[in-house]
Design a protein around this ligand. Structure first.
Ligand SMILES: Nc1ncnc2c1ncn2[C@@H]1O[C@H](COP(=O)(O)OP(=O)(O)O)[C@@H](O)[C@H]1O
Ligand SMILES: [Mg+2]
Length: 143
């Protein structure tokens, strides 16, 4: 069946005022579409973490969300420096965030672990110097 809803956002790099806006908009849309609290919360956490990562690590990027009857799929694409060692980046507490970014309250190294925890599937492909693509899917439980 075709997708019901498609959303697209451009995320600015290094703009901490706007960081999290796209994920909060998507959260409201999913709520309005009538999805359960737990699913909406999980989707919002995953998207927020991915969005913040593009802001602080990749100089921004794009977010595409497709809601089909079966799944919520979220694709985050950037043209930042990439992740040289994805396995290392996935470890709890691992962060390359600068002191400035940490002073702003980011960089705890829990973003990717939380994305893995709350998404039903998480795929990361990254090319150092080219960028990173993160695809997260949440399954919509049949009513
Ligand atoms: N989109 C991205 N582009 C480049 N590096 C990234 C990206 N997302 C994550 N990373 C790398 O993976 C590390 C771990 O990410 P994460 O678990 O979200 O922790 P944090 O963002 O707090 O540093 C980051 O510190 C960074 O080195
Ligand atoms: Mg992060």
């Amino acid at each position: 069946m075709s997708d019901v809803v498609k959303l697209h956002y451009d995320v600015d790099g290094d703009n901490f005022m706007a960081a999290g806006e796209a994920s909060s908009t998507v959260k409201n849309v999913l709520k309005r579409l009538g999805f359960g609290e737990d699913l909406v919360r999980r989707a919002a956490i995953c998207l927020y973490e991915g969005e913040i990562n593009m802001v602080i690590h990749a100089n921004g990027g794009t977010i595409d969300v497709s809601v089909s009857p079966q799944t919520i799929e979220m694709v985050l694409q950037d043209q930042g420096g990439g992740i040289p060692d994805i396995e290392q980046a996935m470890q709890e507490g691992f962060s390359t965030a600068s002191d400035r970014v940490r002073d702003l309250g980011f960089g705890a190294g829990m973003g990717l672990p939380n994305m893995r925890r709350y998404a039903d599937s998480l795929e990361i492909s990254s090319e150092p110097g080219q960028g990173t693509r993160v695809t997260m899917t949440l399954n919509i439980a049949p009513a």
